[in-house]
Design a protein around this ligand. Structure first.
Ligand code: PLP
Length: 319
C-alpha cells in the first residue's frame, strides 16, 4: 500500500472543493525598485485568485459562515453593505452557487430611487434581493433591537425567508470569519517576517495575526479615518478566540483622507505598480496598502533583508 502525499490528500474543506477554490493561495515574489532600494523583499499573497466570484478575504470570511448557515438549516442569507460593497457581491454569488436565497441591506435609502450601479446590478443578477435602509438606521445596526427590526423589515419587504435566515454582519466580520482568516496566517508560516493587509473592519487582520507563527508580525493599514481599528481588532479577537492573539499593529497614516478617498500620488502609484508587475490593483484597499508599504520602505521603517508579504485581498471592482 502506498501512502498519500500532502498534494494528493483530500482538502479538509468540502466547500473549497465543491466551489473549486484555489487554496492555499499563491505567494509570489516581485522585484520592485521602490522596495529593493531599501533592501526589502516584497512578496504578494494572491488571495485575489482564490475564487473568481468570492475572492480574497471575502472567501476566507464567508466560507465558515456558509458552513454555519447550512448547519443551522438556513435557507436565506441576510447581510449589509454600501453601494460598492465587495462583501455584498461575494455573498450574492455564494447564494447563487450554493442555492441559498440572499437579501442585501444597502446603506442609503436614496439609492432605491436610482438605477443600480454595476456592483449592485451584479448582486441583483445573482438573485440577491436588495433593500435600501436610511443612513441613520443603518448606522445603528449594531444595536440588537435595531438589527432585529432591520432584518425583519428587509425580509418582509423582499418576500420573506422560507425557513430560517442567517445574518452575516457588514463586511462579513464576525467570530467565525475571524477564525477563517487565521488560515491566511497559517499559509504564511515561516514565509515572511511582516505580513501586511489593508483594514476596513479589521476582521482579516484579527484572524491573520492569530494564525502567524512566533517571530512573525502582522501590520494593518487602515483605509478609513478615525483611528478606531485597534479597538475593533481586539474585540474581534476576543470574540473569536476568547483572548487577544499574535503580534500586530494598525497604521493609521495611509487612508488618504478617508474611505474611497485618494490622497496625492495614489492613482499614479497604483497604475505604475500594475504596469510594472502585471498585477491588477484594487483601488479602495489594496492600492493604499501597497502605497503605504512603499512609503514605509522608503523611510527605512523595515530593516534591510525584511521579507514583507502584502496580502492582495481582492481584485478591482468590476466595471
Ligand atoms: C473587504 C475588503 C477588505 C477589508 O477587510 P476587513 O476584514 O473588513 O478589514 C480589504 N481588501 C479588500 C479588497 C476587501 O474587499
Amino acid at each position: 500500500m502506498r501512502s498519500v502525499t500532502p498534494e494528493e490528500a483530500p482538502s479538509p474543506d468540502p466547500l473549497a472543493d465543491a466551489l473549486g477554490a484555489r487554496l492555499p493561495s499563491p505567494l509570489q515574489p516581485v522585484e520592485d525598485r521602490r522596495f529593493a532600494a531599501s533592501g526589502v523583499r516584497l512578496l504578494l499573497k494572491r488571495d485575489d485568485l482564490i475564487h473568481p466570484e468570492m475572492p480574497g478575504n471575502k472567501w476566507r470570511k464567508l466560507a465558515p459562515n456558509l458552513a454555519a448557515a447550512r448547519e443551522a438549516g438556513a435557507d436565506t442569507l441576510v447581510t449589509f453593505g454600501g453601494a460598492h460593497s465587495n462583501h455584498l457581491r461575494a455573498t450574492a454569488a455564494a447564494g447563487r452557487l450554493l442555492g441559498l436565497a440572499t437579501v442585501g441591506v444597502v446603506r442609503g435609502d436614496e439609492l432605491g430611487a436610482r438605477p443600480l450601479n454595476p456592483s449592485l446590478a451584479r448582486c441583483a443578477a445573482d438573485g440577491m434581493r436588495l433593500w435600501f435602509a436610511d443612513r441613520a438606521t443603518y448606522r445603528r445596526k449594531s444595536e440588537p433591537e435595531v438589527l432585529a427590526a432591520l432584518v425583519a423589515r428587509a425580509l418582509s419587504a423582499t418576500g420573506g425567508a422560507g425557513g430560517t435566515a442567517y445574518v452575516v454582519p457588514e463586511g462579513g466580520s464576525n467570530a467565525a470569519a475571524v477564525r477563517g482568516c487565521a488560515a491566511l496566517g497559517a499559509e504564511l508560516l515561516g514565509a515572511a517576517d511582516v505580513v501586511a493587509v489593508a483594514c476596513g473592519t479589521g476582521g482579516t487582520l484579527a484572524g491573520l495575526a492569530a494564525g502567524l507563527g512566533a517571530g512573525q508580525r502582522a501590520l494593518g493599514v487602515a483605509v478609513l479615518r478615525g483611528g478606531f481599528l485597534t479597538g475593533e481588532v481586539r474585540a474581534l479577537q476576543r470574540a473569536a478566540f476568547g483572548d487577544e492573539r499574535g503580534d500586530w499593529r494598525v497604521d493609521d497614516r495611509f487612508h488618504g483622507g478617508g474611505f474611497a478617498r485618494t490622497g496625492p500620488g495614489l492613482a499614479e502609484f497604483a497604475h505604475t505598480f500594475e504596469r510594472d508587475h502585471g498585477v491588477p490593483v484594487e483601488r479602495v484597499y489594496v492600492a493604499k496598502l501597497l502605497h503605504g508599504l512603499a512609503a514605509m520602505a522608503a523611510a527605512g521603517e523595515f530593516p534591510p533583508g525584511t521579507r514583507v508579504a502584502a496580502v492582495i485581498t481582492g481584485p478591482p471592482e468590476p466595471a
